[in-house]
Design a binder for this molecule. Structure first.
Ligand code: G6P
Ligand code: 1S3
Length: 606
């Protein structure tokens, strides 16, 4: 094991998060993807995750184990069960199969009032009623705290124990560990600050004001009605022996909004499964691009067609935070790109996908019908292909090889008529839709409103087209029929110029799949590329300047980058994809887990 992955002692590491066995967002990726590195550092017997038993598919990813072992965790589980607690103790069925303990938050619903009262009296954490997530985190924390209490009683100081809790939803046991004076060292990692996220969404001068220290946290938290959660975040940050966050950018928020400097930065890594041969990755790009072509034919060709061989696929994705995730800047840059491509007569089409999650009633039925008719057209073409093959073979076997058979000889009239009728009934004069689904609040949607105001409405003359898919892409989804990973591989460029982004997994995921990506210097990942890798440019990763640049300049920088990308030829794109994939090695947990080890070593010394 490399020296920087070496722990001073082998503690029992208990790692807790709301997203253990419960996929919500990026924290799930952090926890799950680094498991193999944790196990090789502390050993399976010294590691256990802890989280909620809430996910709909928890039974599919959790396998019970017995509690008869002689180790500290099993003994604690036995003891809690004897006291009447319901403890789900087992293995999380992901790579590494780590041990995991889950509690059903609702088991403590009967004493929610008391839990709230005690956090108020002991830690000055106020409460509100009617917020389900908040209530569940409180009820979960109460059980996790009891687990730590029991663990400490049984351990009696024999082994070092580290409780590593992520984000405010799992942060609440920390102040209690300290108040009860348990012999457990607490690490708290925040993956954003709640107040930072709200302020960034609402104050255009957020970064300027932040560093000037103008915000009064209590006043702002009250204003956004998030005082209880912020109070938990602060209590966890202040109570932890070691306080960490995912990027230097978020560390600034920690200092000014949570009132404590971080002790270490723990950047997010990813598992890089590298292919033996470069062409495997290129082949996958080709295969999945074909799937996206099929979607594009169904979506656009009913109205008009364009040359798919000269079409590039851009995409952005993430939680629907229009400004924070840089959807606004991406749209502005696309509008400018559209203009540039038109005035310079560049005969390329850019289809840009917005993949996010927004409330909708259903997939647009016209979209589904179009896909179905396209399927019919394909079936007729397949039948024609078969007919051509058979009839050609017949003609050739007769020895008439020098006569070119006519189309009438090769394809029966019935098939030709069927094709003509189907295509004619399919064609439509409407503009291709922007969104694939019927949104609940169509008239207030920011993406749609930008399209309406800028006139970027998928006109035939537009070089840039928009497709807004307000749901995650998955193989179960009838429009694409592929998983998100595969979708990423089939695209040409990922665009993520965030305004508020503590880290940002999306560009990293692109790069790991050999697809170039754009990030910004206000995303932790972009900041890491510039400041930690000391590179102004890593092949295939473009960092757009937003920190010291106004909106219009950033949009222009992005539009110019896109323009250069579009006008690059295919051979250069192929070779860029190869180098991009190689540069992803910098972001592998094998490189980045050392920062966690460093944080644990600091903790063990405290
Ligand atoms: C991969 C495939 C090639 C294909 C190319 C298209 O490299 O192996 O067969 O020509 O992708 O690249 P493009 O950037 O135009 O999608
Ligand atoms: C947070 O999730 P988000 O999308 O709300 O945590 C992620 C994992 O650390 C991070 O990548 C992201 O930037 C944060 O914002």
């Amino acid at each position: 094991m490399p020296e920087n992955m070496h722990l001073k002692e082998r503690p029992l590491l208990i790692e807790g998060a709301w997203e253990v066995c419960n996929q919500v967002g990026g924290i799930y990726t952090v926890i799950k993807s680094k498991i193999l590195n944790v196990l090789s550092t502390v050993g399976d017997e010294n590691y256990c995750l802890i989280g909620p038993y809430v996910s709909d598919n928890v039974s599919a990813i959790f396998e019970s184990i017995d509690d008869q072992g002689d180790d500290l965790v099993s003994k604690t589980v036995r003891s809690l069960r004897a006291k009447g607690y319901e403890v789900f103790y087992g293995r999380w069925l992901v790579s590494g199969r780590p041990r995991v303990i889950l509690f059903n938050p609702f088991n403590e619903a009967w004493k929610l009032g008391d839990i709230k009262k005690s956090y108020w009296e002991s830690h000055n954490i106020p409460s509100f009623d009617g917020d389900d997530l908040y209530d569940q985190t409180l009820m979960l924390s109460s059980q996790i705290t009891d687990f730590f209490q029991e663990l400490d009683n049984i351990n009696q100081g024999k082994q070092n124990i580290i409780a590593h809790m992520h984000e405010w939803m799992a942060g609440l046991p920390i102040p209690e560990i300290r108040r009860r004076n348990l012999n457990i060292k607490a690490v708290f990692t925040t993956h954003a600050t709640l107040l930072g996220r709200y302020l960034a969404m609402n104050d255009p001068e957020f970064y300027n004001h932040l560093e000037k220290g103008v915000y009064n946290w209590e006043k702002e938290a009250t204003h956004f009605n998030i005082l209880p959660q912020v109070a938990i975040e602060r209590a966890a940050a202040h109570g932890a022996h070691t306080f960490t966050t995912v990027s230097r950018l978020t560390a600034v928020e920690c200092k000014y909004l949570l009132g404590r400097d971080t002790d270490a930065i723990v950047p997010n890594g990813i598992n890089i499964n590298r292919f033996e041969a470069l062409h495997e990755s290129q082949n996958l790009h080709q295969t999945y691009k074909q799937k996206i072509h099929e979607f594009v034919m169904g979506h656009f060709f009913q109205s008009y067609s364009f040359d798919l061989n000269n079409t590039l696929y851009f995409f952005t994705s993430g939680r629907y935070e229009y400004k924070n995730k840089g959807f606004d800047l991406t749209l502005e840059a696309l509008a400018r790109l559209n203009h540039k491509l038109k005035v310079n007569n560049i005969n390329k089409t850019v289809v840009t996908f917005f993949i996010t999650k927004k409330d909708y009633d259903s997939i647009n039925p016209i979209e589904l019908e179009s896909r179905a008719v396209l399927g019919e057209i394909r079936k007729i073409c397949d039948a024609m292909e078969k007919s051509v093959g058979e009839r050609l073979f017949y003609v050739a076997s007769k020895g008439d090889v020098y006569e070119t058979p006519s189309i009438e000889d090769l394809i029966p009239e019935s098939l030709r008529l069927q094709l003509r009728r189907t295509v004619q009934s399919w064609k439509s004069s409407r503009l291709p839709f922007i969104t694939t689904h019927n949104l609940k609040d169509d008239s207030k949607d920011d993406i749609l409103n930008f399209a309406r105001q800028s006139g970027l409405l998928n006109y035939e003359s537009d070089r840039v087209k928009l497709v807004y898919h307000p749901d995650f892409v998955s193989s179960m989804n009838p429009l694409f029929g592929i998983d998100y990973d595969e979708f990423v591989r089939g695209c040409h460029l990922g665009v993520f110029p965030s305004y508020y982004e503590p880290w940002g997994y999306t560009p990293m995921e692109c790069v790991a799949r050999g697809i170039p990506a754009v990030t910004s210097d206000l995303a932790g990942f972009g900041d890491f590329v510039i400041n930690d890798l000391k590179r102004t440019k890593v092949e295939g990763i473009e960092v757009i300047h937003r920190k010291h640049s106004d909106y219009s300049h950033s949009a222009e920088e992005l539009a110019n980058y896109m323009y250069d990308f579009v006008t690059t030829d295919r051979r250069d794109r192929i070779s860029q994809r190869n180098t991009v994939e190689q540069s992803s090695i910098h972001f592998d947990w094998n490189e980045l887990y050392k920062y966690y080890v460093e944080a644990y070593n600091i903790t063990l010394e405290r």
